[in-house]
Design a protein around this ligand. Structure first.
Ligand SMILES: [Zn+2]
Length: 404
């Protein structure tokens, strides 16, 4: 930085710039703050974090004693409801190149460890082949801000499978879409098995599942009418909210337009809800509720009016990441151009070149993201390039603040 005579003026200018950056940060980086710094109400935002794979000791798990495992966690923070998910699997060399999700593929760990199984409530199969026997190819955050989303990606012999979860500010449920991307003309049968332990992990429970057409009590195995029975509320008659630590029940729904078959198996311990896509169907959609903290008598009256609006929301969602769209680059482009024009210094000189190269690379990669075939390498590079640009922008902002 050059020294010059108008020191006070320069400090004032730097202060103004810092305030501008502070405002930017408040708008873009302080998502859950309820403090509005402008006249309007603070815009609600969703924040997503996905941790890297972490080793987990397995202990004396039958047939997998002390095998090494890996665990990923994803948190989607939002108002009024936040959710945490996890995926873990056994990565012992005897399973390579695959891994085995011993307890299920995706677990829901919060807002409540009960109900949707924390170790693996969400499981899929293609033509009867369980996704749990394949190593996950990606666990990653997608959008945050006006909505929050993450995805889990698997590759099976017949197809790639994406499972995307999303929260939307102002909406209660955790929205979900699973899509298969077949590698040939053959579209494998997509089936999802959802596992719940109503109110808690009670072995001698009196589980109840309620749909629009029936009330099913332990023990019950029923085929559902997919057109009518597209939502399920479940609870435990013996272990109501607060009884021996009972968490109270929960609920879920699926988009009936996509469903060919559905069934419930209400056992005394787990409850299993299976949903199969229509023949030739490549997608299923769901919305999940948990942590409702309500007594059994209040659960159905609370949930029933929520299903139709939530189904409309679920149908209207486009699960493709906003981050992949060309328009998403516009604010970044505008700020880079402004700061590069107004900044002198070594970071700016280097940043100009890096910025232009990165933008050209994103343009080249984008068609590969928009194709139906899953191109996981292109997706990873695209997201990493965006992250690098974000980091570069912060370096540039700092130099810009003190640049005259
Ligand atoms: Zn193992």
């Amino acid at each position: 930085m050059r020294r010059k005579s108008g020191g006070t003026a320069m400090r004032t200018q730097a202060l103004v710039k810092l305030l501008w950056l502070g405002a930017l940060a408040a708008a873009g980086l302080e998502p859950l703050s309820s403090v509005a710094w402008t006249d309007g109400p603070a815009r609600p935002r969703a924040v997503v974090s996905v941790g890297p794979a972490a080793p987990e000791p397995l202990g004396l798990y039958p047939a997998h004693e002390n095998h090494p495992t890996k665990k990923w966690t994803a948190t989607l923070a939002c108002q009024p409801c936040s959710y945490s998910l996890q995926h873990w699997a056994c990565y012992h060399e005897s399973h390579a190149p695959q891994a085995i999700a011993l307890e299920g593929q995706i677990g829901m760990t919060s807002p409540c460890g009960a109900n949707w199984y924390h170790n693996g409530f969400f499981n899929f199969s293609l033509d009867g082949e369980a996704g749990a026997n394949y190593a996950v190819k990606a666990v990653r955050a997608l959008d945050q801000g006006e909505r929050g989303s993450c995805e889990f990606v698997w590759e099976l012999p017949a197809a790639w499978v994406r499972v995307r979860f999303m929260v939307v500010p102002g909406k209660e449920p955790l929205f979900c879409s699973i899509t298969s991307h077949p590698k040939s003309e053959h579209v494998p049968v997509l089936k999802v098995s959802l596992v719940a332990y109503p109110s808690g992990y009670f072995h001698q429970g009196q589980r109840v599942a309620v749909t629009a057409a029936g009330t099913y009590r332990t023990p019950a195995r029923v085929d559902l009418d997919p057109a009518r029975e597209w939502w399920v509320v479940f609870y435990d008659e013996k272990y109501d909210l607060g009884v021996e630590g009972g968490s109270g029940g929960a609920a879920g729904l699926t988009d009936p337009d996509l469903v060919g078959k559905a069934a419930l198996n209400v056992g005394s311990y787990p409850l299993l809800w299976t949903v199969e896509a229509k023949p030739g169907g490549r997608e299923l959609r769901f919305a999940f509720w948990n942590g409702l903290n309500r007594r059994n008598a209040d659960l159905l009256p609370y949930m029933q009016p929520r299903f139709e609006p939530a189904l409309a929301d679920l149908r209207a969602l486009d699960f493709r990441p906003l981050r992949y769209r060309e328009e998403a680059l516009e604010p970044l482009r505008r700020e880079f151009e402004k700061l590069l024009a107004e900044t002198t210094g070594p970071t700016a000189a280097q940043a100009a070149e890096t910025y232009r190269e990165a933008m050209a690379r994103l343009e080249a990669l984008r068609p590969r993201l928009q194709a139906d075939a899953v191109d996981i390498t292109a997706e990873e590079e695209y997201l990493a390039t965006l992250d690098r640009l974000d980091a570069l922008l912060w370096d540039l902002r700092m130099e810009w603040v003190f640049s005259d």
